[in-house]
Design a protein around this ligand. Structure first.
Ligand code: APR
Length: 237
């Protein structure tokens, strides 16, 4: 752990890449944790697709209403606040997140590239008008134009937003230390950024409870809970 702390302490361009495992200690489920993840326990992955939006609208809306409820019910945890402190200290140059809960910004991070969009907003599938996602909490699913309101997240079958993607690419290339927190690294193209960082000279650190698809190419792998790992590193910085 001491050499890992030294690596982070001496980083010139630390980039943090987070997945759903970053928010489980806040109370939100992840997707692929054995027995607990949304895609394993509830078999709901098909609802995170454009097909579900087009062909199973009621089930789609009910699934996302519950997920919107979750990001309003739960809050960032100590690990999110440590990352915000590291940005304030100038240690973290960029957060790249696959998460759509907005917890990094809520904890105080400014430099956050949201590769998969955000559940904080919904928008009209017909005219594109944007609303806050509380519309779903009030069970309002229609736009003033009559179109359907859907979460402003990237569904399977959709392209990633250009600006966050470009910011993530630039950060991965510029990074000298790339810290992955709580991702199975199983979804492309997001999972290409740790590889790109490694290929362009960064040291790759993976903190994830379960083994990931990229443990073999990482310089450091820690299979422990993020909250306690970040707390331990923070105490030694
Ligand atoms: N500490 C460390 N690791 C954790 C913790 C924790 N407290 N909680 C969960 N994990 C690990 C799990 O072991 C799992 O391997 O986090 C990982 C989360 O992986 P996934 O559930 O696959 O989530 P993620 O990698 O973010 O998924 C990527 O898939 O369905 C899409 O759009 C969705 O953004 C998501 C993408």
């Amino acid at each position: 752990m001491d050499s890992l702390v030294q690596l982070i302490k001496s980083a010139n361009y630390l980039v943090v890449f987070t997945g759903a495992g970053m928010s489980t200690e806040s109370g939100l489920p992840d997707f692929r944790s054995a027995n607990r993840g949304l895609w394993t326990a509830e078999q709901k992955q098909y609802l995170s697709s454009t097909n579900a939006l087009n062909d199973h609208l009621q089930e789609f809306i009910e699934f996302y209403r519950k997920r919107v409820q979750g990001i309003h019910e739960f809050k960032p945890h100590k690990g999110h606040y440590i990352l915000a402190e590291w940005e304030r200290k100038g240690l973290i140059k960029q957060i790249i997140t696959q998460n759509v809960d907005g917890f990094h910004q809520e904890a105080g991070n400014q430099k956050v590239a949201e590769l998969h969009g955000t559940l904080k907003k919904v928008h009209c599938e017909a005219c594109g008008k944007s609303y806050i996602s509380e519309e779903y909490l009030q069970e309002n699913y229609s736009c003033s134009c009559g179109g359907v309101l859907r979460p402003s997240i990237v569904l399977f079958g959709e392209m990633l937003p250009e600006q966050p993607f470009t910011a993530a690419e630039e950060a991965a290339i510029n990074s000298d230390v790339f810290l992955v927190l709580g991702s199975s690294l199983s979804v492309s193209p997001a999972n290409q950024f740790p590889l790109l960082a490694g290929e362009t000279g960064a040291k790759l650190i993976i903190v994830n409870k379960e083994p990931t698809e990229m443990d073999g190419v990482a310089d450091f792998v820690i299979h422990e809970a993020i909250g306690s790992v970040l707390e331990e590193i923070n105490l030694k910085l």
